[in-house]
Design a protein around this ligand. Structure first.
Ligand code: UT7
Length: 330
């Protein structure tokens, strides 16, 4: 028996709202077309949480419930819930806090983690460290975003890209070398100018002026982000393989953040992976920010086999980026 504790993923849950926003729908709202969106991004439709009064925590809750059911455990057994999100229900209390209450996770503590599109990877390493320390036995890591709440549906540069959704994984201690094996995580705040939400924080509190100037919406200089994303995501993924003495042949799946199919293709090619080893659902959900990677795990869970080595990779606002090596446990 391997004495070192690793954090194994022992269950996965996911949730996407029912309402769809298709490229054809967007053609009626802004000056865009299906062909442009599909060829430039790979997106065909996204899911939108339309019901008034529902927020990010309301997507976290069904994703976590599914995971608890599958594992056959009660919410009271959860030690900690980490929610990666850029669209918390409110600034405070945290979405994790509200979700724990709705779930009946009365023995848990929790917090939100903000690292934009890399949020799930940052949260996964954080959650894994709690397990590896030996102090906690059941940590849930969720990635969830209601992007529709911060999108300007008159701005064709951003409104075609994003959707809503949530995914979650359960981490438990393992002594046989399964689970989160290695991570390379990076930040570079000099990229903050290219992808951000300008107002609503302490730098520029909400005012009539910030609302008029549409500064509470996501802002992105697509081309600049694209250039950094292609390089950043491919570089860390290749470095992760190299330092673990692995090649593309050893990897069963690449689980990439779903921002743009062209960025995903570049990363796969750099790792020497064929398209059939790449999880891709951007066509159906668009960019759900922190939710893209757990949603892929959720959709592909039946095709994952015990012992599979998979690489999760992301790039996003911050800039933040990273890659994580996982040995699948179940
Ligand atoms: O997940 C977080 C990290 N984010 C990313 O990784 C996103 C990275 N960026 C991208 O994926 C791409 O840059 C976009 C998909 C956002 C844009 O693709 P692009 O190939 O970089 O296009 P562009 O911004 O250079 O725009 C090309 C043209 C422009 O027209 P002109 O100036 O050439 O006449 C845009 O005005 O396409 C125009 N355009 C559109 N046309 C139709 C921009 N948005 C649209 C649109 N429909 N929705």
């Amino acid at each position: 028996m391997n004495q070192k504790i690793t954090a194994a993923i022992t269950a996965v849950g996911g949730y996407v709202p029912e309402d769809k926003l298709t490229n054809a729908d967007l053609e009626k709202i802004v000056d865009t077309n299906d062909e442009w969106i599909r060829t430039r991004t790979g997106i065909e439709e996204r899911r939108i949480l339309k019901t008034p009064g529902l927020a990010t925590s309301d997507m976290v809750v069904p994703a976590v419930r599914e995971l608890l059911n599958k594992r056959g455990i009660d919410a009271k057994e959860i030690d900690c819930l980490i929610v990666a999100t850029v669209t918390p229900d409110m600034f405070f209390p945290s979405t994790a806090n509200l979700a724990c209450h709705k779930l009946g996770a009365t023995n848990a503590w929790g917090f939100d983690l903000l690292a934009a599109c890399s949020g799930f990877l940052f949260a996964l390493t954080t959650g894994a460290s709690l397990i590896e320390s030996g102090r906690y036995k059941k940590v849930i890591v969720a990635g969830a975003d209601k992007m529709s709440s911060i999108i300007d549906y008159s701005d064709r540069n951003t409104c075609v890209l994003f959707g809503d959704g949530a995914g979650a994984v359960l981490l438990e201690p393992n002594h046989d070398g399964y689970g989160i094996l290695d991570s390379i995580l990076r930040t570079d705040g000099s990229g903050g100018q290219y992808l951000n939400m300008k107002a609503g924080g302490s730098l520029k509190p909400a005012s009539i002026e910030t609302v008029t100037n549409k500064e509470h919406f996501a802002y992105q200089e697509g081309q600049s982000v694209f250039k950094f994303a292609v390089k950043g995501m491919a570089d860390v993924s290749a470095e992760l393989l190299e330092r673990n003495h692995l090649t593309g042949d050893d990897i069963a799946w690449l689980v990439p953040h779903q921002a743009n199919k062209r960025i995903i293709d570049a990363t796969a090619s750099r790792m020497g992976l064929s398209a059939d080893k790449v999880m891709l659902n951007i066509q159906r959900y668009g960019n759900t920010t922190a939710a893209t990677i757990p949603l892929c795990l959720w959709e592909w869970r039946k095709q994952l086999n015990k012992g599979d080595k998979i690489v999760l990779a992301a790039f996003g606002g911050g800039f933040t980026w990273g890659a994580t090596l996982v040995r699948w446990e179940y």
